[in-house]
Design a binder for this molecule. Structure first.
Ligand SMILES: [Zn+2]
Length: 233
């Protein structure tokens, strides 16, 4: 079995216990574990050309990342990508506004597109779906002066036509299929491991071990079955 490569998905770092939240103390323990074990943590684009390692991604651009993720990642020199919605960045509130995003980018965080709003792009006409991702990219480039090369579909949802466009528009685009990377994965719909399934530190420590892989495969099957039969999670 080849050594695993995986993209991890985080959302909010807060102690609420919501499905999209991870407690900041747990996040710190996870990052300590990666540092102690010298696990290779790579920028997203480099992971694709590496034979092992992890990449860290954070969806939706929650404001708490500025306090609970940015300094910790910078201290440990861990690369990460924040996928943000440009309308949320204009609004601020619970989300990182442009000034906070500038701070995160200055600390080394890559900022990627996640749509103008957080729409299900498989349920809107193709031109609107493209305008959502392209508009977000342009807003980030205008406000932060950095090139946007990465993207993530809201809810991980896309269509074959949108993926065809994304393949030419971005270096890579992430979905939410729960699995490790494989050699010939579509760069317009990369699978990721949602940290919701790794919030137990014992499981997080096994992310690179066969037992961890078996556990995540099992969780992916359960998730697929729930989706197929529309049974509430
Ligand atoms: Zn999202």
């Amino acid at each position: 079995m080849p050594p695993p490569r995986a993209i991890l998905t985080y959302h909010s770092l807060d102690p609420s216990g919501a499905v999209t939240s991870l407690a900041p103390a747990t996040f710190r323990r996870q990052m300590d574990f990666l540092a102690e074990t010298a696990t290779p943590v790579l920028p997203l684009s480099k992971l694709l050309h590496s034979d092992r390692g992890l990449a860290l991604t954070f969806d939706d651009g929650y404001r708490n990342l500025l306090h609970h993720a940015v300094p910790l990642l910078a201290q440990r020199q861990l690369p990460a990508t924040f996928f943000i919605n440009s309308a949320a960045a204009h609004a601020g509130g619970p989300f990182l506004d442009w000034s906070a995003l500038r701070e995160a980018a200055a600390a080394g965080v890559e900022i990627g597109a996640h749509g103008i709003e957080h729409l299900d792009l498989a349920c809107v006409p193709l031109p609107q779906a493209i305008a959502q991702l392209d508009g977000c990219r342009r807003a980030i480039e205008d406000r932060l002066g950095v090139a946007v090369r990465t993207c993530a579909y809201p809810f991980g949802r896309s269509t074959p036509q949108l993926r065809e466009w994304a393949r030419t528009a971005f270096h890579l685009t992430c979905g939410t299929r729960l699995r490790y990377l494989r050699a010939n994965d579509d760069t317009a719909d990369l699978p990721r491991l949602d940290v919701y399934y790794l919030r137990n530190v014992a499981w997080f420590r096994r992310v690179h071990r066969p037992s961890g892989r078996a556990y995540l495969q099992f969780r992916a099957l359960l998730r697929e079955a729930r989706t197929r039969w529309s049974v509430a999670p």
